[in-house]
Structure formats: C-alpha cells, structure tokens
Design a protein around this ligand. Sequence first.
Ligand SMILES: [Zn+2]
Length: 250
Amino acid sequence: MTVDGFTAHCLSPQERLSRSEAKGCSKWVTPHERKVEREVREMATTTKINATSLKLVEIVDLRPWNIDTGKREPILDEQKSVCYRCGKLHAVIYCIEADGNRYDVGSGCCNTLFGWVPDDLEEKLAKLACKDKAVQAALAKHAQPIIDTIYSTPIPDLKYNQSRHTCFGYDYIMTIPGNDKCGIRIHSNSFKLLRPEEVVVSLVDQERFIRIWKRLQIREQVKALYGESKTAKKIEAALYVMMNCQAEKQ
Ligand SMILES: [Zn+2]
C-alpha cells in the first residue's frame, strides 16, 4: 500500500495516529476533518482547471484577532473552510475567481488547481488587507458595547461657567453640570461683557462640544473596562475614529 496523499487519508484514526507519531508529528486529524476530506476528495477531481481569466479576490483568515496578544486565535476544525481541490480544512483561504467562478482553496492548491499563483505584490496586499480586516473586527467587537452605551446617554446641556478677559475681547467658558473640565470656550471678540443668558452657543460650538463630550465618555468607559493597558489605548483610538470625534488639529 502506497502512502501517497489519498491513501493516507483513508487510514483509520489509529493507523493515522501511529503514523503521525512515528514521524514525530503531533498533529491529530479529527474524525470530522477526515470525513470532510474524504467526501470532498471523492467529489473533487485531480484535473486542472484551465481558466483564461484568474484573479485573487481576497485572502480570508478565519482565525479571529486577539488585541491583547496581537496574534490570531486558533479555531475549531468545524469553523474552518474546506479546500475546493483537496478537501483539507484550512483557516487561511485563497478566494480565486476563475472565468467568473469563485473557488476557495488553500494557498498550495491554488497552483495545483489552476497552474497559476497570484502576483507577489497582489498577494502581499491581500495579506495586509486580511490582517487589517481582522484587527478592525476585533476592535469593533470591543468597541460596540461602549458605542451603544454612549449613544444611549443623553448629551448634557452646556451651562455658563465664567467669563475671561482677553486682548481680543471676552471669552465665555461653558461647561456641563458637575464637570468643570468638560466644556468649550466661546470667543466673542467683543469687550462688551455679556450676561450669562446672552451667550449664544452656535451650531459649530455645539458640534465641537459634542465631540469633546464623546471623547470624555470614551476615555471614561474604556478606562473603567480596560484600565490603562495597551489594549485600552488601541480600543480608545479606534473609538475616536468610529465615533467621529478625533482630537481637533491645533
Ligand atoms: Zn487544498
């Protein structure tokens, strides 16, 4: 009996394990993996696909990103994708469009199936996009509950706090009740001191204040949930972008 790829897949779990051990290999193939492999292998042919137009649509890595470790997390075999050509289970899939049809294959099988590999740069960019997507998804997962909390919190009204005399006129400090540090400074360019009720908060000022308020909420929420960790900083930065309240350029 030859030990080519196909024959090896038909070995019983015990035979397979003993072979793996004999080779010093600790990888254990689950019954699920073996079943899927066999089924797909029976259907899939070893013939090549001769396509005139081939394109790498994207590289998908099904393993979720862990923000704390900065690495991918392992996934179960059931969560993996079955290679169109060989039937093996992969966490990383190359999605190829060949003459308008899509094929999900492992990176090695791309060449075997089509006799073609994506261009180096194209592949590199697809890998970067794949990582980007995973990081964004992980950040969004952490950020969403915070976003929901902030959007369900009513934005407090600005109240007059004090005036400041400057060389251009009076400035008015408007803050929220209970927090003198959260608010905005409104410039008047006039030396006529307004009474508190005369100070007008324009739409632009109000929008500026909302951004400041959102930033404060984000900082407080992230600190409460993640402390001062590196992860906290990453989530905080992502939230500023997601909630459209990045710091204003000076
Ligand atoms: Zn394959």
